[in-house]
Ligand binder design. Structure first.
Ligand code: HPA
Length: 248
């Protein structure tokens, strides 16, 4: 079954025929909210709002372990994460959708693994390619079927937040090889890999990163919501195709 984790630009799923909501308890505490079980194009999917109902949970406060655990426990095998980003590379302007293929993790102090304090031998995961390639291909094919242009590939820098970056920090991220910057991509992707989920992401560029383009002087936070809302409609179209073309 497909799970969809929606970020600040996708707080609910229009087009989801809701069947029930379920609060899932996990060994790691409470997920961001109840899982919404429903159907898209007649197929079962589960939706979870990453920042909770009313978007009250900040990126560094999201219980990523509980969220991923709950999806897995509910029978989810494949996950699409929808995450807002600032665009660093010139072509990643507000309104652009991207399917990233790499991650650099700058977050700290987040509970970032299931393999802690469990009394078992240390376990490592291969994370060379942090996103599930099968999901990336599904997303790209779905975007094409939906008639949406998306940027294939790109390196996602995960920052701690909740503040945005300084211009110098963005320069550094670019030197590091990052193309876009967001606050929630990690540890979510790593936890999904640890638990065996096929995880991919749609990055929604909602602003130029600090010091770039229209954000040369400041990031106009007041513009971000409208960009996200417009993009959400297109993301819905892609998600519909993900489900309709391949099944849950
Ligand atoms: N930086 C970090 N996270 C973000 C941004 C940004 O500019 N825009 C949306 N999420």
């Amino acid at each position: 079954m497909l799970g969809i984790v929606g970020g600040s630009s996708l707080t609910d799923l229009a087009g989801l025929a809701l069947l029930r909501r379920e609060i899932v308890r996990t060994p790691y505490g409470e997920p961001s909210g109840p899982l919404a079980f429903g159907t898209i194009a007649g197929r079962a999917v589960v939706f979870l709002a990453r920042h909770g109902f009313g978007s009250t949970i900040a990126p560094h406060e999201v219980n990523y372990r509980a969220n991923i655990w709950a999806l897995h426990a509910a029978g989810v095998t494949d996950v699409v994460s929808v995450a807002s980003v600032g665009g660093i590379r010139g072509d990643l302007a507000p309104g652009v959708l991207a399917v990233p293929d790499q991650i650099i993790d700058y977050t700290h102090g987040r509970a970032a693994t299931f393999f802690a304090h469990n009394g078992r031998p240390v376990t490592h995961i291969d994370f060379t390619h942090p996103y599930c390639e099968a999901m990336r291909e599904r997303l790209l094919a779905a975007a094409a079927a939906a008639g949406e242009t998306v940027v294939s590939g790109g390196t996602y820098a995960a920052t701690q937040g909740p503040r945005l970056e300084t211009a110098a920090e963005i320069d550094r991220l670019e030197r590091d090889g990052a193309h876009m910057v967001g606050m929630t991509g990690m540890p979510e992707a790593a936890l999904a890999r640890e638990i065996g989920l096929c995880y991919g992401a749609i990055a929604v560029v909602v602003n130029h990163a600090a010091g770039r383009g229209a954000s040369a002087e400041r990031v106009r936070l007041e513009d971000i919501a409208a960009v996200g809302r417009r993009a959400a409609l297109r993301v819905h179209g892609i998600l519909h195709q993900v489900v309709a073309r391949h099944g849950g």
